[in-house]
Design a protein around this ligand. Sequence first.
Ligand SMILES: [Ca+2]
Ligand SMILES: [Ca+2]
Length: 237
Amino acid sequence: MIAAAVMLMAGSVFLAQQPSVKPTMTDTMRASMFADNWFAMYINGKLVAVDSIDFLPHNQVNVDLLPEYPMTIAVIAKDNADPATGLEYGDQMGDAGFILRFADGTVTNSTWKTKAVFRGPVNRDPRNPEVAYDAVPANWFAPDFDDREWSFAREFTEEEVRPGGNYTRADFNGARFIWSDDLVLDNTVLFRYRVEKPGWKPRWDTHPELDNTCVFAVIPLACQMTAPAGVRSRTKE
Ligand SMILES: [Ca+2]
Ligand SMILES: [Ca+2]
């Protein structure tokens, strides 16, 4: 009798923990990005999209996102440029550009914040190029990072950026190409933007149990594949 009651209680607890509403593809939204030449995008602190082609051809990237608001978008974008000279093709000063549109209406424009972290050749002299670096701030992609010191992005026209490859204008209605101040000299830039949507609540009640933190960590020592403390595992010590 007691055992049955415990089982019933355990069963109730088990059922109470089951999510009742799972997100479906109708809860997702299409995100389109185009960078000259490369980008990686974090949303709410997680890496969600990486431009699969570093340099050429120029390529539009489309992904499906499961949106959660408030949504902090953070992008690192790179023009193709030698880290030592800021040049490409040996002695050329290339130009850049980034544009984004989400199906929820989020678009790039001059309300985005930006910080250039690699510029050059700052003396505009391909024969004797000088480059300038700013440290990439720790946690620059985190939702709670303070970007008030950053500048506002500058808008550029499609004629200035001349997007190529599979860039499809219709996928970017209302969006503007952005970069930091200088489309030619600023080679690596960071962007941030926050979408508020006050009162938004997820339709679903599932939460991921998996932890991808270490997938994106750089230092292997910080990322050893071992069980959490107190958990039995077959990991060899
Ligand atoms: Ca690319
Ligand atoms: Ca370029």
